[in-house]
Design a protein around this ligand. Structure first.
Ligand code: 6PG
Length: 308
């Protein structure tokens, strides 16, 4: 199925962002596989840049189900690199050709915020320089079917050479929700070598979004939305789930160099439309990088009809 062509990119951009076209970029894909391929490419690009600039790549993984395909793509790229086959070209046009379709970037986006969509070579993966964190975690053991850590381990971490000491799961099996959040905040502080009150700056924060506009475990109507300034990790009771969650705060997410939403599923259409139009009441609409880039990688069914 062809990627939707934008009837009029400019008007689509304007209608999508209500005048904030400079802040964000939306890329539309025909199906989850193309979305995952482009997301993997973007992650590798971010890794390549971070490692070149700072010698390390610090990423916060998203949970839920959508990212699984992305993580599997990353693992597959690593495997193809090992075999020396299927290397992605460093030529952007080849990369989009290899993904079998053009991706639509909505014109009218400020060039500075545009994240280069070039096919990073798998050779740039350099997983040994990756430091993996989690944007949030369910309050379950690491081998529980609902564990975000388990999903990432099965889809990616078990298949690539990231040193175990550089994988920082949220240890939801060790203590009360408050203790778990406190311990994870201490881990982040140590790993980023933070001074008191300083925020960590992730190279990349991957996010999903629920139909209710939650992201990470920042759910509507929960205390997590009102974390105190300087708080990096909080635990929160989610009434609708009757469950505890542990999550990075908005402050930490918004401090990132690059924030990438990976969205698929038509049930998110209404929420995504609100987020694009800046309906601040939805948690995902509060994700606005202080000094970074924000990219939405969206399956076409999630895009408001006006922009297809
Ligand atoms: C979680 C996630 C959460 C997720 C959304 C979307 O722990 O559930 O962090 O924010 O990204 O619920 O989930 P899907 O990708 O499964 O739709």
């Amino acid at each position: 199925m062809a990627t939707p062509s934008l009837v009029d990119g400019e008007s689509a951009a304007a209608s999508l962002f209500d005048g904030e076209t400079a802040a964000r970029e939306v890329r539309v894909f025909s199906d989850p596989d193309e979305l995952a391929e482009a997301a993997a490419d973007l992650v590798l690009e971010a890794a390549q840049e971070a490692i070149a600039a700072r010698g390390a790549f610090r990423i916060a993984l998203a949970g839920g189900s959508t990212p699984r395909r992305l993580y599997q793509k990353l693992a597959a790229l690593a495997a193809s690199r090992e075999k020396g086959t299927g290397a992605l070209s460093s030529d952007p046009s080849a990369a989009s050709a290899m993904s079998g379709t053009e991706t639509d970037t909505i014109p009218g986006i400020d060039a500075e915020t545009k994240v280069r969509d070039s096919g990073a070579s798998p050779a740039s993966a350099r997983f040994e320089a990756w430091h993996v964190f989690f944007g949030d975690e369910r309050f379950v053991p690491p081998d529980h079917p609902d564990s975000n850590y388990r999903m990432a381990r099965e889809a990616l971490l078990d298949h690539v050479g990231i040193p175990a000491a550089q994988v920082h799961r949220i240890e939801a099996d060790a203590g009360s929700p408050g203790e778990v959040a406190k311990r994870y905040a201490a881990t982040i502080s140590r790993e980023f070598d933070l001074r008191a009150g300083e925020l960590p700056r992730f190279d990349l924060v991957l996010l999903g979004m629920g139909a209710d506009g939650h992201t990470a475990s920042l759910f509507p109507g929960t205390t997590a939305l009102d974390a105190a300034p300087g708080e990096t990790v909080v635990c929160t009771w989610v009434e609708k789930l009757s469950a505890w969650r542990v999550t990075l705060t908005f402050e930490v997410i918004n401090a990132a160099r690059l924030i990438v939403f990976v969205l698929s599923g038509p049930e998110k259409l209404v929420a995504f439309g609100s987020v694009l139009h800046g309906t601040a009441s939805l948690p995902a609409a509060k994700v606005r990088p202080a000094d970074g880039s924000l990219v939405f990688l969206v399956e076409e069914g999630v895009l408001p009809r006006a922009a297809r």
